[in-house]
Design a protein around this ligand. Structure first.
Ligand SMILES: [Mg+2]
Length: 233
């Protein structure tokens, strides 16, 4: 496994579970504790029964970000007598409060920043992105942050990658060809499928050793960011 045949200009990262730990249960517990509610594991399971299918619909482009954000909190809003929008904002604020970079991320970025331009392409929500980058001190590493909620199309759709390539070309002041970009992400069906379709090189970050899918082949697979640091430095 190596990347010797490639000469990248840009490294693009997914955000959640690639750069940052996204512990939704911890975030929800913090959110609801602020409303005087002890949020249980069973509550979390029930939340995920609604939340997970919404994410699939969002990735397929059949619903928009706002619909996802409000629908997932509709039942709790009714129960607590507040708005779903308020709960969603509280959740994103709680996620920012508990955010942590994943192991090896800072070391990786520190080493590769001198060799490549770095960007983020995320299906996460606008409210969380900048505050999280500021809080963790990672903001300075990235020349570009592309957020699906703003582009109004989510990974794996080609349009968000095309948009990103256009913005990268603007930043670099030269046309960036897809094969000059490495897309790093933990999700085979959004990051890797989307990158592959556009002709980007792809790196599947798979720390938990999820089974491979013969239909979705990344250029490389890593289980720790130290591996990518060695491959790119
Ligand atoms: Mg992810």
């Amino acid at each position: 496994m190596n990347l010797d045949a490639y000469q990248f200009d840009w490294i693009l990262f997914d955000a959640d579970e690639t750069l940052f730990h996204f512990d939704a249960f911890a975030g929800l517990k913090l959110l609801f504790s602020r409303h005087g509610v002890a949020f249980s594991e069973q509550d979390f399971e029930e939340y995920q029964l609604i939340n997970k299918p919404l994410w699939l619909e969002y990735q397929e482009g059949t619903i928009d970000a706002q619909h996802l954000q409000l629908t997932r909190f509709a039942a709790w809003a009714k129960r607590l007598g507040c708005s779903a929008s308020e709960l969603n904002q509280g959740f994103l604020a709680a996620m920012a409060d508990i955010c942590q970079p994943l192991p090896g991320v800072t070391e990786l970025l520190e080493v590769i920043r001198g060799h490549y331009r770095l960007g983020i392409i995320t299906n996460g929500f606008t409210q969380l992105q900048q505050v999280r980058l500021q809080k963790t001190g990672l903001s300075e590493y990235f020349s570009l942050v592309v957020i699906s909620e703003e582009v109004r199309v989510a990974k794996p759709a080609p349009a968000i990658f095309e948009h990103s390539l256009m913005l990268m070309s603007d930043v670099s002041r030269s046309q960036i060809a897809p094969h000059k970009v490495l897309m790093v992400g933990d999700n085979l069906h959004t990051d890797i499928v989307g990158g592959n379709r556009m002709g980007l090189a792809t790196c599947w970050y798979n720390p938990q050793g999820h089974p491979r899918d013969p239909a979705v082949l990344p250029t490389i697979e890593i289980c720790h960011h130290d591996q990518l640091r060695q491959l790119l430095s």
